[in-house]
Design a protein around this ligand. Sequence first.
Ligand code: SAH
Ligand code: SF4
Ligand code: F3S
Length: 466
Amino acid sequence: MTRRLYIETLGCQMNALDSELVTSELLERGYTLVHSPRAADVILFNTCSVRQHAEDKVYSALGRLKHVKERSPRKIVGVLGCMAQKDGQSILKRAPHVDLVVGPGQLGRLAELLDAVAAGAGPRIEISPPRANSTRAEAKAAFASFDPPRATAARPAAHQAMVRILLGCDKFCTYCIVPSVRGPEQSRPPAEIEAEVRHLAQQALQCGVCLEVTLLGQTVNSYRHREPGRTWRLADLLARLHPIEGLTRLKFVTNHPHHVTDDLLAAVRDLPKVSPYLHVPAQSGADAVLARMKRGYTSGQYREMLDRIRATVPGAAVTSDFIVGFCGETENDFERTMDLARDARFKNSFIFKYSPRPGTPAAQWDDDVPEPVKRRRNNDLLALQNAIGEEDNRRCVGQTVEILVEGPSKMARTPASPGEPIQLVGRTTCDRIVVFDGPPERIGQLAHVKIENASALTLFGRETDT
Ligand code: SAH
Ligand code: SF4
Ligand code: F3S
């Protein structure tokens, strides 16, 4: 019997990739994909634990499913991902109608677990043992790589693909749950990554589209794979992937400031397919806060890194994440963050209010910045960032940029007749979002767009021939 699958994803690109791979594997096994939980036999939530808000969303979605499950008890409800790893058994206490809880290190067993639950095996919980109780080798084995080959049919778009190069994280920033839910840092062998990118490039060539690959890791630039006689770092991997036929653009996220090395910057400068785009979260501009976060750099060192980026790759787009209202953050500390954002002129920044995560060192400290102050700091930093983003985007007005067309924009209407232009969205190699009108056939192709207008996050223009 064909099972109908519904999957909902929260969290970062790592989770988006896991969902894509899970979907691909289940489609290969004969499942079909549906777009509402009511139409599904298997309902999966791929969850995130990075902030309380992300977890609350999952629990309310699970709450809404209670009646659906009461009416159709044969439906299988599964919780995957980081919250599954963090909360395990206690998910069933809050949501007893859940049938399956699977951590990110156990996704390779999902298909088999779904079969067992469908056969009446009762609720199943498969998570990796806590890192703290394991040796490093045990922890690596317990958070195994889940990177099966992908069938074209399951991919959201033939022209874009994420490829994991680094699993887990070893940085243990004091506020962050990721190292405990994603396990130890493990670099995939370069030969395996190259084979995967070649396969994706072949698929793109067959579909007649360009391919943009985004290499993923929580600290992607700490990639390090030892082989007899040599060690592969991210710069080496970029050079190895660069010549692959059918590959048009190569990006990588997320960078840790500590590993923005000169050889990496030289690779970004010298390899034309590599996007001059660096997401390097600063988190704060105040040394006392950075030290409590255990980020491993001072604000001065972060600024020196920015200078090196600007000197080696002029025009590179740099983006950041910030946490406001971290334990003990004073008004003066926050002003230092505003200073950094003002001086750095990030292309954009993701700004988060600090959210204590049980099990992290910071969760034992006083969450002493009141919510209204967090909100105000968030708004102030966002207003500054938006003003900078808009100013820099306005400088693009009048220029012609090359973009890779990603798909219909959020505002696009279905064309009344075939070939009629719709609103499309694409990105420049610096990751600037560009909206323009064009035929749907442009999706997956490079296009040149003359920029006519700009907002903080988007450029608007008209397609031209050159
Ligand atoms: N590995 C990446 C990002 C990890 S999570 C990095 O190191 O930069 C994405 C972002 O969520 C982080 O950059 C941080 O800004 C934010 N974040 C992580 N833990 C948080 C917490 N407890 N509260 C608020 N924001 C948090
Ligand atoms: Fe979390 Fe820090 Fe690792 Fe990023 S580097 S995932 S913020 S612990
Ligand atoms: Fe969230 Fe897990 Fe990513 S906690 S941010 S989905 S690694």
